[in-house]
Design a protein around this ligand. Structure first.
Ligand code: 4AD
Ligand code: MG
Length: 430
């Protein structure tokens, strides 16, 4: 008998097939069992009539519990009311393993309980919808860069020094020396951009974030493009085209999943270039006008970002933060050296920062002075300084956090559901 995935059932209308899956739910009415079976590609209702199946098949239906693994064989018949539009008129049922006391039941569970059972929680229709959208986002990201002349360059995970500040470094022993888990592949992308022009990396990055917030993970995935001969304006144009392409793709190909998540897609339909651009000074003024207690000269906090992003329908690009609060590698604005040529893209609906980036310092002496000022170990950056000695050019790039993007597009309040197995301050398991 032909095997089929539930999503392909329509191709076998009127034919006999086997579906391999797990029991999602069941109900009976006397001589009938209605099994709702899932296989990862969809749900199908399998109708088992006592008169039509061997005795052991009917007994298997009685024994089958939620999440028991089973194979159901029978004829695919159209049914307008059924999920997916087809039902299976069953001829035999084979129960592979009976799941006893599956911990996640249709009743409401608290988040800590669900997080402890993340390995099982992934099977729920909400979580599979999120995982599929995450996959689509990653595919759209790669497609965007691949079709725009970028070369994928993988960055190392073990690194000799900090890139994004020394307070969030994960230290590890590397034979006789200390190493750190990478906070960002950026510095390596700068080297690669001088070799290939337009590059990007995509991989896990690590931050020892000691605070519990809805937007911070200790391990998250970041995509980081870097472009030679690009300034801050080029960087912002790249960011808005890129983000619009990603959102557009999900809207186009993941309607079903967005529906499962009950995501209102109207705000996402508005994500098209150009995005509004405001300076840090304008952002500070906005916060003051809205009565937010914000100290000029400091970085924008989570709440500040929420307030600003709620004022726009599209992602807003906040540029030129005070150089003091930003990373050592940022180039200062020649027309106001107290500001950095940087940009944070704040997603709408109160989400806040999803992209951080900007133009890099390309002058050797200035960069060296900044490394010293930030108290960073000079010898760990000698290779990075070489890039300013041998054919230095203006260049820019940014990093987009995958989980915050997934959270925004899926309409999730917290990043913990945006990654299969989240790592947070108090969570290393499962
Ligand atoms: O703003 P960040 O720290 O920028 C960088 O790492 C640059 N080196 C990137 C570059 O220019 N190549 O991080 C970039 C993005 C943030 O906007 C956010 O989306 C995400 O990474 N991010 C986090 N996501 C989840 N948990 C965390 N702890 C995150 N920290 C940053
Ligand atoms: Mg940032």
């Amino acid at each position: 008998m032909n095997k089929t995935y539930i999503s392909d059932a329509g191709r076998f209308e009127g034919q006999d097939v086997t579906v391999n899956g797990w029991l999602y739910n069941k109900r009976s009415s006397g001589k009938l069992w209605f099994l709702l079976v899932r296989d990862g590609t969809g749900l199908i209702q399998a109708v088992v009539s006592k008169a039509d199946v061997p005795e052991e098949s009917f007994a298997a239906c009685e024994r089958a519990t939620q999440e028991s693994s089973l194979s159901v064989s029978g004829r695919i018949a159209p049914d307008k009311r059924a999920p997916g539009g087809y039902e299976l008129q069953v001829k035999s049922v084979v129960l592979h393993q009976t799941a006893l006391d599956y911990p996640i039941t249709p009743k409401e569970h608290g988040t800590p309980f669900l997080m402890d059972n993340r390995h099982l929680w992934l099977r729920s229709s909400r979580q599979t919808a999120i995982l599929r959208i995450r996959h689509e986002i990653i595919r759209a990201i790669r497609d965007f860069f691949d079709s725009n002349g970028f070369t994928l360059v993988d960055a190392p995970v073990f690194t000799p020094a900090a890139c994004e500040g020394t307070t969030t470094l994960f230290e590890t022993q590397y034979f006789d020396e200390k190493a750190f888990l990478t906070q960002s592949g950026q510095l390596y992308m700068e080297a690669a951009a001088m070799a290939l022009g337009k590059v990007y990396c995509f991989g896990p990055t690590f931050r020892a974030e000691k605070s519990k917030t809805r937007r911070h993970l200790t391990e998250f995935w970041m995509v980081e493009p870097e472009v030679a001969y690009a300034d801050l304006d080029d960087d912002m144009a790249l960011a808005e085209n890129f983000l619009s392409a990603v959102v557009g793709r999900v809207l186009e190909t993941r309607k079903e999943e967005l529906k499962t998540l009950e995501r209102d897609t109207a705000p996402l339909e508005k994500i098209t270039p150009p995005f509004p651009r405001i300076s840090y000074d304008e952002a500070a003024k906005m916060l003051k006008e809205k009565g937010v207690a914000f100290e000029y000269g400091t970085d924008l906090g989570g709440t500040d970002e929420t307030v600003i992003s709620e004022a726009f329908e599209k992602p807003v690009m906040v540029h030129r933060y005070p150089a003091e609060v930003k990373a050592f590698y940022m180039k200062n604005d020649p027309s106001d050296p107290s500001k950095a040529l940087c940009v944070d893209v704040l997603a709408p609906e109160g989400i806040g920062e999803v992209i951080g980036g900007g133009q890099r310092e390309d002058d050797l002496e200035t960069l060296l002075a900044k490394i010293k000022k930030h108290g960073l170990p000079e010898q760990a950056f000698d290779w990075y300084l070489d890039l300013r000695k041998y054919g230095s050019v203006p260049h820019s790039g940014f990093g987009l956090g995958i989980e915050r993007t997934v959270g925004w597009i899926c309409g999730l309040p917290h990043v913990r559901e945006t990654i299969p197995f989240p790592r947070m301050l108090n969570r290393l398991k499962p």
